[in-house]
Ligand binder design. Sequence first.
Ligand code: BTN
Length: 280
Amino acid sequence: MSHPPSEPNPWPLEAIWQAVEPTLPGFTGELLPTVDSTNSELMRRFKNGDTAPTLLVAEQQTAGRGRLGRQWHSAAGDSLTFSLGMLLSPAAWSGLSLAVGVSLAESLDPHYSAARHIALKWPNDLWLAGGTGVERKLAGVLIETASWEGTRYVVIGVGINIRTVPVPQDRAAAVPPGHLQMLSPLLDAPGALLRVVPPLVQTVQAFSEFGFEPFQARFALRDALAHRDIALSDGQQGQALGVNTDGALLVQTASGVQVVAASEISVRPTAGRAGTGGQT
Ligand code: BTN
């Protein structure tokens, strides 16, 4: 893993990379002190012809992006922001963001407890949840793809709040986002990176071979919306019934069961468990 020699390097990079590298055959690792967005940077490199499998970590993003054109706010040391870029040819792409979420949740919270756990909020959010606590967004996943010679180049971007995250002024009244140290007080950004990346690469490879189906039951265990009343951004309302083998959300509405694909829809619970804080 490399970093610009002129920059101070507060992360124990060599130690991290020595642990991660054997699990990532063929990957290049790189840490940037600052970049607009790790997703944007990998897509720029792809457009310049670089399709090599790459793990790109940024200590700070100046224009982090979330799903549906939203912003992703983070500050150096308070967040872990990285992207994996690679060529991938799965039989079907549906459910990839859910499989990535399952992998992240299981890595960061291996001992699921109903009282306090990482839940998955369809299609791409990780929430801190459980018991009577307020649900708070902890992490998000942004997946982007581009065509390349009959296959696709995929960028899997992950943002995880590690410590208290500054809340944008226009959202100051909202419940603040969750952060990982609420669950694991001693885990910092390098430690979290070490924990999540090797299983994530294995997950992507398994998804490429077998699709979403092997992840369906694992998603269901942590499904934050299951059996709750929800509202979709297209105006529909209903009760969430879980996800199918493609990772589509099943919603019982007045006019029957709707199958909702992830693309441009957002969803929120209208009742069930306290409020929901977090970015975007
Ligand atoms: C979301 O919650 O809508 C997804 C957030 C994804 C944020 C990560 S941070 C690393 C990568 N680079 C970006 O600009 N976005 C993703």
